[in-house]
Write a protein that binds this ligand. Structure first.
Ligand code: PLP
Length: 388
């Protein structure tokens, strides 16, 4: 891999093209002109690598595209208006009626809806499996299986898949593989090096890092990325704005620092929580008691600041009171920004549907941002005191 500092500070930046400005410009232009018709014709023949029209490529996006591809150790990258766009558009390109997908159970909620509601409209079916057990992949394969879809770890319950083993298995059968790597980012997990074909990420999370932009990124071989670009990408129109690309470039500069800080603080907070008398369980892949801890340490270089925990007294009212009582940690969706967040599963479960025996219902998801861990611990302690 290229030097990380080179990727983040220099790769793709051609400062003498823009007055030696240290910060790259936002090229807020929908179209680009040519000196001759011949030049234009050449551009139209190769829109993938030319600035012609910003629904395709744009110079501000190109800087970001090069950096994100290099970070993933991939040949190329494509940017989307959301993480879910970076998942749905490639699937629509690469699959056709009659094709079958094997996907891990409990992927990100809108990914699940894609498999359950959207793709069946085109005659594409999905078998969901528990990806912790490799045998389940073998059992689920059908002659029409075209894609294996992973999310390791997934959000809320953090189950892992043995990425290299699944990639090798798929390759031997000519099945494509795709992973949602939003949780780890390229810095903590390198799926391309493990043999995965396509890597999607919600750039809204750690890459943006400041809770001010929604975007997605897909990386893979030039052949696959170009195929997606030249067909469904240009037809469906999910290109991000130059302004969003610029925000992501700015976020990238500090990605290693932010990720490391979030990781270190999460170690402190998950340890504190796991010893807390009001807490039943903490679920985080780098916790010593995590069931797949060995695999986590084998294929991840670090762990994100997203984890879940449960209360010993897990009634609907107690969970709600605990979360409502927090005064610095915000009740909100998403994660990967500077601010710590809490999201209990009960936010999407009605009181009369709440099942005290359903472990999934009890989960409280937390994201640790960049605050001082002691500041967050104090906030949680006063909330625990309140519900005691
Ligand atoms: C794991 C995961 N994947 C994908 C997405 C979708 O990303 P976006 O919201 O940028 O579309 C999210 C968003 O919460 C997520 O948590």
């Amino acid at each position: 891999m290229m030097d990380l500092s080179f990727i983040l500070n220099e790769l793709g930046e051609e400062r003498d093209n823009y007055f030696n400005a240290v910060s790259p410009p936002i090229i807020q232009s929908s179209n680009f002109s040519f000196n001759t018709v011949t030049e234009m014709r050449n551009a139209m023949l190769d829109e993938f690598d030319t600035n012609l029209y910003s629904r395709g490529q744009n110079p501000t996006l190109t800087i970001l595209r090069k950096k994100l591809a290099a970070l993933d150790g991939a040949e190329d990258a494509l940017l989307f208006t959301s993480g879910i766009g970076a998942i749905s558009v490639p699937l629509l390109t690469l699959l056709k009626t009659g094709d079958h997908i094997i996907a891990i159970e409990n992927p990100y909620s809108w990914t699940a809806k894609l498999f359950n509601d959207f793709l069946p409209k085109f005659g594409i079916t999905t078998t969901f499996i528990n990806g912790c057990d490799f045998d389940n992949f073998e059992k689920a394969v059908q002659p029409q299986t075209r894609l294996i879809y992973l999310e390791s770890p997934n959000s809320y319950s953090y189950e892992l898949q043995d990425i290299k083993r699944v990639a090798d298995f798929a390759k031997a059968r000519g099945i494509m593989t795709m992973i949602d790597n939003s949780y780890s980012t390229a810095l903590f997990q390198q799926p391309i090096a493990m043999g995965i074909d396509l890597v999607a990420q919600s750039a809204t999370k750690y890459i943006g890092g400041h809770s001010d932009v929604v975007a997605g990124v897909l990386t893979g071989s030039t052949t696959l990325i170009k195929q997606i670009f030249e067909h469904e990408f240009m037809n469906l129109g999910p290109a991000i704005s130059p302004n969003s690309a610029w925000l992501l470039l700015r976020g990238l500069r500090t990605l290693p620092l932010r990720l490391q800080r979030s990781f270190e603080s999460t170690k402190i907070i998950t340890e504190w929580l796991s010893k807390h008398p009001a807490v039943q369980q903490v679920i985080w892949p780098f916790s010593a008691d995590f069931p797949q801890s060995a695999l986590a340490h084998q294929q991840m270089l670090g762990c994100s600041g997203l984890f879940s925990f449960t209360l010993k007294d897990s009634t609907f009212a107690k969970i709600e009171q605990f979360c409502d009582q927090l005064s610095h940690i915000l009740i909100a969706v998403s994660w990967g920004g500077y601010e710590s967040l809490i999201l209990p599963v009960i936010a999407s479960v009605k009181k009369q549907q709440y099942d005290l025996d359903n472990k999934q219902h009890q989960l409280i998801r937390m994201y640790i941002g960049l605050e001082d861990p002691d500041y967050l611990i104090k906030d949680m302690q006063q909330a625990f005191d309140h519900i005691a």
